[in-house]
Design a protein around this ligand. Sequence first.
Ligand code: ATP
Length: 340
Amino acid sequence: MTAPVTDGATIGPAIEAQGLTKEFGRILALDRLDLEVPRGSIFGLLGPNGAGKTTTIRILTGLARPTAGSASVAGVKVGLDQPELRRRLGYLDQDPRFYGWMTGRELLELIGRLHGLSGPELRARVGEMLERTGLTAAAGRRIGGYSGGMRQRLGIAQALLHRPQLLFLDEPVSSLDPEGRRDLLELIAGLRGEATVVFSSHVLSDVERICDRVAILHRGRLVTEGSLEELLAAHARPIYRLAPAAGQDAQVGDLVARLRAAPWTTDVAATAGLVRVTVSDPDLAAGAVLPLVVASGVVLESFERARPTLEEVFLELVGPPAADQLDGRGFVRPREVADR
Ligand code: ATP
């Protein structure tokens, strides 16, 4: 049997990047990034401000040229003037600007025409996207009157109109209130299986909520990449939260001292009536926390072994910035070409 002929659009990873580097003068925005994004995943690009997320997305979408390195997206070699690349991907900018005087439907029809749709096919696809993004009722209203969440939904609708294989969303929920965030994250999670989604954010809990795989960037470098479970298993340490009953200051002080002296704790913090214990050896800690509580004579109101979160992974791998990494305003300084 002969192997099916393909053009790379339907086999292989959705994204492959090798050695992507971007310099802006002396600033090293991206430093030799290697990345592989499996097809069909919801992939989180995570990192603090200035980590290089937008730069990565701009290069992968053909909006910026790397100083060095190469990449392919949906089987197409990434480059500045690549109509085939544009056909295969959808993109929502970090700060999308739409014509405020247009209605949502008018904007989608305009974008649809730019993608070569017309007539009943255009109207049907626009209607489908409005429905999908919950904008049908607002379709005849001017975009100028839309809320932040509605604009982001419209942004996702315009990015999906031409049925791209890959969708790049740059910080899509960062500017939204908690309700808008939740709704938009649900919408993005619902794209699973339809398109590969690359979603950047500096908010760990958002990424944790919907992504299958995560890459952490910091100061232009890839710190780690893997499935959420792999990263949590490899890097996150369990945390115990103990809530002592009120009026036991002396006993709680004794408990904190005993916990700090234990070889299996890495951090013990006592604040606002709660003792938070981070452990280095989960097996030892599992049998040893409660005996110390008993030995100190502390009565607990609650005792909880918290599920490790991406925040712990992030803190372990990236940690708080060192003093020499901060600029005068307290922001992390970008790495410079000379630092390499
Ligand atoms: P944010 O969440 O703040 O958008 P980010 O992770 O997307 O951060 P980038 O926007 O990719 O980070 O920026 C990476 C670094 O490159 C930053 O230090 C930024 O200041 C710098 N940078 C980005 N674009 C330019 C530019 N056009 N000229 C000079 N420096 C730039």
